[in-house]
Ligand binder design. Structure first.
Ligand SMILES: Cc1cc2nc3c(=O)[nH]c(=O)nc-3n(C[C@H](O)[C@H](O)[C@H](O)COP(=O)(O)OP(=O)(O)OC[C@H]3O[C@@H](n4cnc5c(N)ncnc54)[C@H](O)[C@@H]3O)c2cc1C
Length: 438
């Protein structure tokens, strides 16, 4: 497409709750990117977010995928500078030749570095590695009124803090200098430890948190399991396996659109039972690529929801409330006869800032079929969250509104205020920012 052309493009959030045709452009030159001085624009990476944070009815989307070059690389210092539109996939293949990798990555290789920064994503063991911000040395940010700004912990720190996990609302990230880790071994030894319930998972994960490079759980919360959450903890340690080195999948469009609807209350129970029996107690050695990006092999999961999509509810609950939360969740799920296709847990630590999904405790993730009883259950959970000092991941939940967020995110108003101080005209807006009245 011509760099200056604006097209009407069909875009949807991954959960399919927001869909439509939106004004979209894909510049490929700095000249056109940096001359953008219209109000109401929003940057986009691969649009692989569950929520509509890179498009809106009133904004022009600036897709960054053409800016995907490696600008600087230093193997000895283990540093790389990349344009923000580069995918994790492209970066992985490049770094693999030098036995280096990015230690914190989300579960899908099509995601861009710009998207990782703007959502301050978490990887497979947030407890050990923290959030994506820990990989960032500095960023070049462009804002029509402020021009090009180098931002880091040392330079323009206030804007840096607003930009990391700021959902593209401070400007366009042009490039980022990232810290890499040495890849000593190229495979991951994965073991599955059975658990009886959601709370059993939470307590066991806490004990295991510092011993594994990869650590999360899979729990069955389907109606047949009586919403108890039996399942297994997935534990991964690096190991060597030379033959795996060449099992990498080449770059291509890795995400398939949804075609048919297979998930119903009944099928969820059957699918989960089969999945549990196939995987519990299993031990396997998988290539690092597969361990980092488990959704590559499971991308048909999204197809199974059909055209109505799903809702994801991801909450961080402090350890001292974990038991109460698990009891409440099982009770409400039973009462509402919830349809939960996927439930997982992870351990987190750190301090919460602005809109970042961070803090100390257990992260529970639930994927619900998009139906009225799921909505009712989430509404009931929202009401209890502030009693537990819990927060919801704003990057996963398409329905959360301004009232709930301002109640549960202590620095929401501060983010709102500082964003306006930096950008009184509010150049950067998305469906997400409008829903949250940002
Ligand atoms: C299968 C799958 C697995 C996932 N696993 C995880 C996980 O393990 N952990 C996790 O935390 N998340 C996970 N996610 C969520 C995903 O990592 C984030 O939503 C990420 O932001 C998507 O990146 P993207 O390149 O698709 O960006 P988009 O979805 O296009 O945009 C996301 C946000 O980043 C902003 N943005 C993008 N590029 C720029 C730029 N150059 N400058 C400024 N702002 C920009 C956009 O405005 C938007 O607000 C997963 C998503 C999927 C589909």
């Amino acid at each position: 497409m011509n760099e200056n052309k604006v097209a009407l493009k069909e875009i949807s959030s991954v959960d399919l709750q927001t869909q439509g045709k939106f004004r979209w452009s894909q510049p490929d030159r700095y000249k056109s990117l940096l001359s953008n001085n219209k109000t109401a624009i929003i940057p986009q990476g691969s649009a692989l977010s569950y929520v509509a944070n890179s498009f809106s009815n009133d904004s022009l989307t600036i897709n960054m995928k053409r800016f995907d070059r490696i600008l600087f690389f230093d193997t000895t210092q283990k540093k790389i500078t990349v344009e923000a539109g580069i995918t994790l996939n492209k970066l992985y293949f490049f770094l693999n030749k030098y036995n280096l990798f990015l230690p914190i990555q989300p579960g899908y290789p099509g995601i861009t570095i710009g998207g990782c920064i703007a959502a301050n994503i978490h990887g497979k063991n947030q407890y050990n590695e923290g959030l994506f911000e820990n990989c960032i040395e500095e960023i070049l940010l462009f804002h029509p009124k402020h021009g090009e700004l180098i931002i880091s912990k040392q330079q323009n720190q206030e804007i840096f803090d607003l930009t990391i996990g700021g959902f593209g609302l401070t400007g366009i990230i042009i490039w980022a200098k990232l810290r890499l880790s040495l890849l000593e071994e190229n495979s991951v030894n994965i073991t599955h430890e059975p658990v009886d319930s959601l709370y059993d998972t939470a307590t066991k994960l806490q004990k295991l948190s510092s011993s594994y490079a990869f650590l999360y759980s899979w729990n069955d919360l389907s109606p047949n399991s009586k919403y108890k959450g039996r399942g297994f903890i997935v534990k991964g340690l690096f190991t060597n396996s030379p033959k795996n080195k060449f099992l990498l999948i080449p770059e291509k469009d890795l995400f398939y659109p949804m075609k048919f609807n297979l998930f119903t209350k009944q099928t969820i129970s059957i699918i989960n039972q089969i999945y549990y029996f196939l995987n519990s107690n299993k031990t396997e050695k998988v290539p690092l690529y597969e361990a980092l990006f488990p959704f590559v092999k499971k991308r048909s999961y999204y197809s199974l929801f059909g055209k109505t999509g799903f809702w994801e509810y991801q909450v961080l609950i402090p350890h001292n409330y974990a038991e109460e939360f698990c009891d409440l969740f099982s009770k409400l799920a039973c009462q509402n006869k919830a349809s939960i296709s996927l439930a997982t847990c992870k351990i987190f630590r750190g301090s919460q800032k602005y809109l970042n999904f961070n803090g100390e405790g257990i992260v529970f993730t639930f994927d619900f079929l998009a139906n009225p009883s799921s909505l009712e259950l989430m509404r009931q959970l929202d009401k209890k969250l502030s009693d537990f000092n819990g927060i919801i991941n704003l990057n996963k939940d398409s329905r959360i509104n301004h009232e709930t967020v301002s109640l549960i995110y202590p620095e929401f108003e501060l983010f709102h205020k500082r964003l306006r101080q930096f950008d009184p005209q509010r150049f950067f807006q998305s469906d997400f920012s409008k829903r949250l009245k940002l």
